[in-house]
Design a protein around this ligand. Sequence first.
Ligand SMILES: [Zn+2]
Length: 121
Amino acid sequence: MAYPVLTNCPVCSQNLKITKLKCNHCDTTIENEFELSKLASLTKEQLQFVETFLVSRGNIKEVEKELGISYPTVRGKLNDIIMALGYDTQKKNELDEKKIVAMLEKGEISPEDAIKLLKGE
Ligand SMILES: [Zn+2]
Protein backbone atom coordinates (compact mmCIF):
# COMPACT_ATOMS: atom_id res chain seq x y z
CA MET A 1 0.00 0.00 0.00
CA ALA A 2 1.28 3.45 -0.91
CA TYR A 3 1.11 6.29 1.56
CA PRO A 4 1.33 10.00 0.70
CA VAL A 5 4.93 11.25 0.81
CA LEU A 6 5.96 12.70 4.18
CA THR A 7 7.66 16.05 3.73
CA ASN A 8 8.58 16.77 7.34
CA CYS A 9 10.33 14.65 9.94
CA PRO A 10 7.88 13.39 12.59
CA VAL A 11 10.67 13.62 15.19
CA CYS A 12 12.19 17.10 14.67
CA SER A 13 9.78 18.48 11.97
CA GLN A 14 12.59 19.51 9.60
CA ASN A 15 12.31 18.86 5.84
CA LEU A 16 12.75 15.32 4.58
CA LYS A 17 14.59 14.24 1.42
CA ILE A 18 13.85 11.25 -0.78
CA THR A 19 16.87 8.94 -0.73
CA LYS A 20 15.53 5.71 -2.23
CA LEU A 21 13.46 4.91 -5.32
CA LYS A 22 12.20 1.51 -6.48
CA CYS A 23 11.02 0.32 -9.91
CA ASN A 24 7.54 -1.21 -9.71
CA HIS A 25 8.38 -3.61 -12.52
CA CYS A 26 11.82 -5.14 -11.83
CA ASP A 27 12.37 -4.08 -8.20
CA THR A 28 15.56 -2.16 -9.07
CA THR A 29 16.28 0.24 -6.28
CA ILE A 30 18.22 3.49 -6.66
CA GLU A 31 19.67 5.33 -3.71
CA ASN A 32 20.70 8.97 -3.82
CA GLU A 33 19.28 12.33 -2.75
CA PHE A 34 16.23 13.32 -4.77
CA GLU A 35 14.35 16.58 -4.52
CA LEU A 36 10.63 16.74 -3.96
CA SER A 37 8.51 19.05 -6.10
CA LYS A 38 7.68 22.32 -4.33
CA LEU A 39 4.06 21.28 -4.60
CA ALA A 40 4.77 18.28 -2.39
CA SER A 41 5.13 20.63 0.58
CA LEU A 42 1.47 21.66 0.28
CA THR A 43 -1.17 20.04 2.47
CA LYS A 44 -3.71 17.66 0.95
CA GLU A 45 -6.36 20.39 1.21
CA GLN A 46 -4.09 22.93 -0.51
CA LEU A 47 -3.37 20.49 -3.35
CA GLN A 48 -7.08 19.90 -3.78
CA PHE A 49 -7.55 23.68 -4.01
CA VAL A 50 -4.75 23.96 -6.61
CA GLU A 51 -6.42 21.21 -8.64
CA THR A 52 -9.81 22.96 -8.52
CA PHE A 53 -8.12 26.26 -9.42
CA LEU A 54 -6.43 24.70 -12.47
CA VAL A 55 -9.54 22.86 -13.64
CA SER A 56 -11.42 26.20 -13.37
CA ARG A 57 -8.61 27.74 -15.45
CA GLY A 58 -7.95 30.28 -12.71
CA ASN A 59 -11.52 31.57 -12.73
CA ILE A 60 -12.05 32.53 -9.08
CA LYS A 61 -15.85 32.73 -9.48
CA GLU A 62 -15.86 29.10 -10.57
CA VAL A 63 -13.59 28.10 -7.68
CA GLU A 64 -16.03 29.84 -5.31
CA LYS A 65 -18.94 27.81 -6.70
CA GLU A 66 -17.04 24.54 -6.84
CA LEU A 67 -15.77 24.71 -3.24
CA GLY A 68 -18.70 26.67 -1.78
CA ILE A 69 -16.46 29.39 -0.32
CA SER A 70 -16.48 33.20 -0.63
CA TYR A 71 -14.24 35.31 -2.84
CA PRO A 72 -12.04 36.54 0.07
CA THR A 73 -11.62 32.94 1.26
CA VAL A 74 -10.49 31.87 -2.21
CA ARG A 75 -8.03 34.77 -2.25
CA GLY A 76 -6.78 33.91 1.23
CA LYS A 77 -6.20 30.27 0.33
CA LEU A 78 -4.43 31.30 -2.84
CA ASN A 79 -2.14 33.65 -0.88
CA ASP A 80 -1.36 30.93 1.67
CA ILE A 81 -0.36 28.57 -1.13
CA ILE A 82 1.73 31.21 -2.92
CA MET A 83 3.58 31.86 0.35
CA ALA A 84 3.97 28.13 1.05
CA LEU A 85 5.67 27.86 -2.34
CA GLY A 86 8.16 30.50 -1.22
CA TYR A 87 6.84 33.60 -2.98
CA ASP A 88 6.20 36.96 -1.37
CA THR A 89 2.57 38.03 -1.73
CA GLN A 90 3.05 41.51 -0.24
CA LYS A 91 3.84 43.39 -3.46
CA LYS A 92 0.99 41.71 -5.31
CA ASN A 93 -1.50 42.83 -2.67
CA GLU A 94 -0.66 46.50 -3.08
CA LEU A 95 -1.20 46.32 -6.83
CA ASP A 96 -4.49 44.56 -6.29
CA GLU A 97 -6.23 47.53 -4.65
CA LYS A 98 -7.12 49.04 -8.01
CA LYS A 99 -8.33 45.66 -9.21
CA ILE A 100 -10.56 45.29 -6.14
CA VAL A 101 -12.18 48.68 -6.81
CA ALA A 102 -12.66 47.74 -10.49
CA MET A 103 -14.31 44.44 -9.53
CA LEU A 104 -16.58 46.27 -7.08
CA GLU A 105 -17.61 48.70 -9.84
CA LYS A 106 -18.44 45.84 -12.17
CA GLY A 107 -20.48 44.16 -9.43
CA GLU A 108 -18.25 41.11 -9.43
CA ILE A 109 -17.82 41.32 -5.66
CA SER A 110 -19.98 42.75 -2.87
CA PRO A 111 -18.96 45.88 -0.91
CA GLU A 112 -18.43 43.60 2.12
CA ASP A 113 -16.06 41.42 0.10
CA ALA A 114 -14.21 44.53 -1.08
CA ILE A 115 -13.75 45.76 2.50
CA LYS A 116 -12.48 42.36 3.61
CA LEU A 117 -10.07 42.22 0.68
CA LEU A 118 -8.72 45.71 1.29
CA LYS A 119 -8.22 44.90 4.97
CA GLY A 120 -6.37 41.78 3.87
CA GLU A 121 -8.71 39.41 5.71
ZN1 LIG B 1 12.66 -1.63 -13.63
